[in-house]
Write a protein that binds this ligand. Structure first.
Ligand code: F3S
Length: 81
């Protein structure tokens, strides 16, 4: 399984991830991206049908803020706020 979350400390609100993977990423009022799966906690596995979108978002982010792991993320850096 794959897990994902956005590093909101490095996201520059470029908007590429939501365009590549609209079912996985959205933006808060400040334009910072977050994972829709579980409010950027990175603890819910990415559905198989969204893995291609995830790869596109990962490759398209100019600041490498899309994090992907084989394991659930810990609390550090995750979370929407
Ligand atoms: Fe931010 Fe990268 Fe998405 S800069 S808006 S996480 S493409």
């Amino acid at each position: 399984a794959k897990y994902t979350m956005v590093d909101r400390e490095t996201c520059i609100s470029c908007g590429a991830c939501g365009a590549s993977a609209p079912d996985l990423f959205d933006y808060d009022d400040d334009g910072l991206a977050f994972s829709l799966l579980d409010n950027n906690m990175g603890k819910r596995s990415v559905p198989d049908e969204l893995l291609d979108d995830l790869a596109d978002a990962f490759e398209g982010c100019p600041t490498e803020s899309i994090r992907i792991s084989d394991n659930p993320f810990t609390l550090e850096k995750s979370g929407k706020a």
